[in-house]
Design a protein around this ligand. Structure first.
Ligand SMILES: Cc1ncc(COP(=O)(O)O)c(C=O)c1O
Length: 362
């Protein structure tokens, strides 16, 4: 007989659990939550209506094949239905990929300030997480390729990256892919792709179509404003889609999420509005930051801005909180001198800019 309590697999207790953006401040009635890169305009009213319309049917299991949503995604983005797999948030897809392709003794590579889930996914699978240095807060193809070993199984690239907002051009992503051994899976995490309208950027779907070791993931949590529903998807080579369909939960996406996702895709006007709102206020905020003598990465994209406050993060953070504004501390991303500020509604952007002006002035 063994009388010890159950123990998790080696390495599990080394995981630092993911901490989401805070949402509450004690004693503050109206909190401005600019800490989680959620949709500034909320969800599309059509998505909300579709969600509500499901309420009398929630005793039914969802369509485990997600076929309606996959058809809508295929049509909206010009992709092949068979290559699309949906998940309970794109986190679900990133975790499944890691579970399927990396285990003990394998290495999972990502960049120094890359999205937090990559390390957690690697550790959960018993694989070894490996970080490649960035240059100017931007992923570097050279350092990534230099870090590839015979043990590397997966390379994660958030493009654009959270929390830095920087991205690699299509040419650079191709150069990265070209330098990888064929047995290494390149995961292009394009959670913020809908916000990017730069000539030198693409979401990576063309590479997925061309090669059998590249995948692309996307989410409904950002421009579509459906973070609370947990809905993500990916575009895969057929063999990888087959692998994921074997390991995913049979009903890994809830029916209200599937319905809201289809409606959100159909509401093109809302997405356009959200994109224009972000273009305007992202630029406006970056200019305000510059006027205050603060710095943000050049050519940053996405619905957030990483702002440098060397040596002053705790005081700025406390000052903003005093005004009911919560932004994201990114020390856990190796960025102790920065705060990440989400692009919110117009009044929120004006208030956070005014608060920073007051801080810098005072
Ligand atoms: C780069 C990146 N990838 C993936 C995700 C996960 O998104 P979700 O699981 O909500 O689809 C996020 C969320 O913040 C992100 O920033």
């Amino acid at each position: 007989m063994n009388f010890t309590a159950p123990l998790p697999r080696p390495g599990i207790m080394d995981i630092a659990a993911y901490v989401g953006g805070e949402a509450k401040l004690p004693g503050v009635a109206r909190v401005m939550k600019l800490s989680a890169n959620e949709g500034a305009l909320g969800p599309s009213p059509k998505a909300v209506a579709a969600y509500q319309a499901m309420s009398n049917d929630i005793h039914r299991y969802p369509d485990g094949g997600h076929s309606h949503l996959r058809h809508a995604l295929a049509e909206r983005w010009g992709l092949e239905f068979e290559r699309i797999v949906c998940g309970n948030g794109s986190d679900d897809i990133l975790q499944m990929l890691t579970r399927a392709y990396a285990g003990p003794g394998d290495e999972v590579l990502y960049t120094e300030h890359g999205f937090a889930i990559y390390k957690i996914a690697a550790q959960s699978s018993g694989a070894t997480p490996v970080e490649a240095k960035e240059r100017d807060l931007t992923a570097s193809v050279d350092t990534l390729l230099a870090a590839v070993t015979a043990k590397t199984r997966i390379v994660f690239l958030a493009n654009p990256n959270n929390p830095t907002g920087t991205y690699l051009s299509s040419d650079e992503v191709r150069r990265l892919h070209a330098g990888l051994p064929k047995n290494v899976l390149l995961v292009l995490d394009a959670a913020y792709a809908e916000f990017v309208s730069r000539n030198d950027y693409d979401d990576g779907s063309a590479l997925v179509r061309e090669f059998d070791n590249v995948v692309m993931t996307r989410t409904f949590s950002k421009i579509f404003g459906l973070g609370g529903l947990r809905l993500g998807w990916g575009y895969f080579p057929p063999a990888i889609a087959d692998v994921l369909n074997r390991i995913r939960g049979p009903f890994n996406v809830a029916s209200p999420a599937l319905a809201a996702g289809v409606a959100a895709l159909q509401d093109r006007e809302f997405m356009e509005l959200a994109r224009r709102h972000n273009d305007y206020w992202h630029d406006w905020f970056a200019q305000e930051i510059n006027k205050l003598g603060l710095s943000a990465p050049a050519r940053a994209v996405g619905n957030f801005l990483l702002v440098g406050f060397p040596g002053k993060v705790p005081t700025v953070d406390a000052f903003l909180r005093g005004k009911g504004i919560i932004v994201r501390n990114v020390a856990s991303y190796g960025l102790p001198d920065h705060l990440r500020i989400t692009i919110g509604a117009e009044d929120e952007m004006r208030l956070v800019a005014a608060a920073l002006r007051e801080f810098v002035g005072g």
